[in-house]
Design a protein around this ligand. Structure first.
Ligand code: KE4
Length: 424
């Protein structure tokens, strides 16, 4: 079956022909593609076309597609059974790795997605503090949990939908939304609601408004003001966890949250999410404590072994300098091509995640990110696709490199991007 056939049939049985909205390419126009194979830094679509991949399945594939150690472990495990519904040894192995690698985590609970992780973390924070308000930043996306789907960044921002139908305003109004990198707004919010704020949740390095680095001291400031008001600080490290450093953004910036949410890289491409923190807070999670959360496939053995192999590779190899260098090479190459063409752009990069914005403004929050020319981005995206380079089909997302991207892949990608830029 080719792209055309797959997408046509998908439209008959899947809403929008997809299982996640951004895959429908509405933000970039034209027909979406279906991918059928990935190996290392490359993917192939159903028409047999090859792409150098910087989407990396939205972040999980830090070791590239079908890494041999991950595939072998999954292959061996499936013959022992796919799921038991009782504890299996691999969830304990993965939990030990998370505790070893993530500075603030002493105990962790596995779930099946990043959304489940952030939803559970907010419930835990409300349960532990007995408070009702949640603070989030405009442009940050934490999955599609009602309390957090309030001016979210990914998906919603791309479609320009402010929140979504189906969320009662009684729920939405318990979420206070402030601009990122804006201390005064955070101080004002705490001055007014501080004693009723259960938690503040933040992507320590937002990827969902595009990449926007936290300004000097901003994360430390959030740590201090939440501590001052007895509010729990939640780091949503679903993208940054194990990506920016072995211990994620909290290791890179030296700021420890009360609760950490994880996903993507944690499962190495299999559906795994997690939330964790100090023993005291996590002892409040059922059945040890009163805050309920559960899941049929949580800790699924096949998903766990994929995560174990991925984290062991990252722990033992610590490929972060190599990843940073590769992304620096790519981003500088792209900047040079656009400069030569006289196209206004900004590139924000932290480690091996970056975003190219088509704006001449510095991008330091969602408002400035939205000054980007999304029409030009859509054209750029399609020219790249035609030239064999796959980036996220949305201006407000992050590009990723993996350990499987060799220097020659970056150079080849820049060759293809150069051809695409000439056609702009
Ligand atoms: P999932 O429920 O999609 O596994 O995770 C939600 C989530 C939570 N936190 C952060 C920081 C995230 O980036 C995400 C999901 N990211 C989006 C795009 N960046 C996934 C792509 C999609 O929605 O299809």
């Amino acid at each position: 079956m080719n792209n055309e056939r797959i997408i046509t049939e998908a439209l008959e049985v899947l809403p929008g022909g997809v299982n996640s909205p951004v895959r429908a390419f509405k933000a970039v126009g034209g027909k979406p593609i279906a991918l059928v194979k990935g190996r290392g830094a490359k993917v192939w679509d159903a028409d047999g076309r090859e792409y150098i991949d910087f989407l990396a399945s939205w972040g999980p594939l830090i070791l590239g597609h079908a890494h041999p150690k991950v595939v072998k472990a999954v292959e061996e495990e499936v013959w022992k059974g796919l799921s038991f519904g009782l504890t299996n040894p691999h969830e304990v192995r993965l939990a030990h790795l998370v505790v070893e690698m993530v500075p603030s985590v002493e105990k962790v609970r596995f779930v099946n997605s990043g959304t489940e992780a952030t939803m559970s973390a907010v419930r835990l924070a409300r349960g532990v503090t007995g408070r009702k308000y949640v603070v989030k930043f405009d442009g940050c996306y934490h999955g599609h949990y009602d309390s957090l789907l309030v001016s979210a960044g990914s998906g919603v921002a791309t479609f320009g939908i402010p929140g979504t139908p189906g969320i009662p305003e009684e729920i939405a109004k318990l979420t206070l939304v402030v601009p990122f990198n804006n201390r005064e707004a955070v101080e004002e919010t705490f001055r007014r609601y501080g004693d009723d704020i259960a938690c503040l949740i933040v992507e320590p390095v937002p990827g969902n408004m595009g990449v926007v680095p936290p300004e000097e001291g901003f994360l430390q400031f959030l740590r201090e003001i939440t501590r001052e008001y007895g509010t729990l600080l939640i780091f949503d490290e679903v993208i940054t966890g194990f990506r920016l450093a072995k211990g994620g953004a909290q290791e890179l910036f030296g700021v420890e949250p009360d609760i950490t949410c994880l996903g993507k890289v944690l499962g190495g491409g299999m559906p795994v999410g997690a939330y964790g923190g100090g023993k005291e807070i996590m002892s409040q999670v059922a059945p040890e404590g009163p805050v309920y959360q559960a899941g049929t496939l949580s800790g699924n053995p096949v998903a766990m072994v994929a995560g174990v192999q991925t984290l062991k590779e990252l722990r033992d190899r610590e490929p972060y300098e190599e990843l940073d260098r590769k992304m620096e090479r790519l981003s500088e190459g792209v900047a040079g091509l656009l400069k030569d063409k006289g196209i206004a752009h900004r590139i924000n990069r932290v480690g091996s995640m970056m975003t190219l914005f088509f704006t001449d403004r510095e991008v330091r929050d969602f408002a400035s990110a939205k000054t980007s020319d999304t029409e030009l981005f859509a054209k750029f995206f399609r020219k790249l696709l035609d030239n064999g380079v796959l980036i996220p089909p949305s201006q407000f997302e992050a590009w990723f490199v993996s350990t499987a991207h060799e220097e020659r892949d970056i150079d080849e990608a820049l060759e293809r991007i150069s051809r695409a830029v000439k056609e702009l």
